[in-house]
Design a protein around this ligand. Structure first.
Ligand code: UDP
Ligand code: MG
Length: 363
């Protein structure tokens, strides 16, 4: 009995060693793979949407290509990386400049949308294209280089640490006008109040891995509000901080009208809180009407009915206005459902330029 126990014990120990021996190469190769991932430079694509940016592009092209080359030299990114410009149906010389740049610089590629589809749709066009071309990750930024390109290395470092999404967060907005700063702050606060998961002070300067973009592209949304959608993806995410710079040339393509439309889109695409607000207000007014009824009855019993006319008229107009506001907000949502149901394509690419497209015979 003691002898068989002894044999069993040693057989068990032998079996354990055997298993360890089998799994050893796997452990080593896993470690090597991780190290290799950390060491290898990703094939990155920088996506820059442009709308009437002829004044800013000369400076932007010079700066971004110089930074691109330094990143390749430092082995931060693979030399097969690219800079993808999306011409969002510009009416000036933007496309001619981009076409020329894509011919003289092998890393620059450009696509032209058939009309002005708006910043968010142009950005999505760029992300879709970069995803289709199989880049490891994408960094999106504005074509006026207000987003500081000196911190691009930080984005890539975070990606190599295993983050799928890296948000560029503005630590300093002193270069923005007082109006822009205050309206942006009000917008973020309002969005937070309505429960929309926004990263504070983050616009569209962000890195996304191939799989994060794949997930984003599976959203069938028509009313695009990317900075609300991206946090919904999940995946490991982090932030890097930068100081927002001045626009290099030209003027903002986001006048007040577009800013309001953008904010409205953000709220109505993500939150049903405005409808709840209307419901709560309606409920409060309903309770209040009983108080008014009591007041009217007392006034009537006291024989002062004529004096009740003011409150009656006030209630009439007040409720009329409230009902109209409620109808308007509900109408806004129905309008959006209507647009979503139609599932119209958000963009059509008219042409493709750049050596990369020719090599792949996609152009
Ligand atoms: N943009 C675009 N389509 C538009 C409006 C803007 O592609 O319809 C681009 C624009 O060229 C820029 C970026 O979106 O690269 C951000 O626009 P802008 O710098 O004017 O906005 P701001 O920084 O003033 O908020
Ligand atoms: Mg700008």
């Amino acid at each position: 009995m003691a002898y068989s126990c002894f044999c069993l014990f040693w057989a068990f120990i032998f079996w354990l060693f055997f298993l360890l021996f089998l799994s050893f190469p796997a452990i080593i190769s896993e470690k090597e793979e991780k190290e290799e991932f950390l060491m290898s430079s990703p094939r990155l694509c920088f996506v820059l949407p442009c709308y009437n940016e002829e004044k800013a592009l000369a400076f932007t092209l010079e700066k971004i290509t110089a930074r691109f080359q330094s990143l390749v030299r430092e082995k931060c990114i693979a030399k097969e990386s690219a800079i993808l410009f999306v011409d969002d149906g510009s009416k000036d010389r933007t496309w001619d400049i981009l076409k020329e740049a894509s011919r003289t610089h092998p890393s620059i590629i450009a696509i032209k949308l058939s009309r002005n589809c708006g910043h968010q749709n142009a950005l999505l066009a760029g992300l879709t294209e970069a995803h289709r071309l199989g880049f490891d990750a994408v960094i999106s930024m504005d074509a006026d280089l207000q987003d500081d390109i000196e911190i691009l290395g930080d984005f890539i470092k975070k990606y190599q640490e295993g983050y799928d999404i890296v948000y560029g967060v503005r630590s300093d907005r002193s270069t923005d006008s007082f109006f822009k700063r205050e309206t942006a702050l009000a917008f973020y606060n309002l969005m937070r109040l309505f429960g929309v998961p926004l990263v504070h002070n983050h616009a569209d300067y962000r890195l996304m891995s191939h799989r994060a973009i794949g997930a984003l592209l599976s959203f069938p949304e028509r009313n695009l509000f990317l900075r609300g959608l991206v946090p919904l993806l999940g995946f490991p995410s982090t932030e890097v901080y930068y100081k927002r710079l001045e626009r290099v040339a030209g003027e903002t393509k986001y006048p007040l009208k577009k800013m309001i439309a953008f904010a409205l889109n953000g709220i109505t695409s993500f939150s049903i809180q405005p409808i709840r607000l209307v419901t709560f207000t309606g409920f409060a007014v309903f309770v209040m009407s009983f108080v008014i009824l009591l007041y009217a009855l007392i006034e009537k019993m006291a024989g002062k009915t004529v004096s009740g006319w003011t409150s009656l008229m006030f209630s009439l107009w007040f409720l009329g206005g409230l009902v109209l506001v409620a109808l308007g907000i509900i109408g806004e949502y129905i309008g959006r459902i209507y647009i979503e149901v139609k599932q119209r394509p958000l963009f059509f690419i008219e042409r493709r330029e750049g050596t990369l497209f020719q090599e792949r015979k996609d152009g």
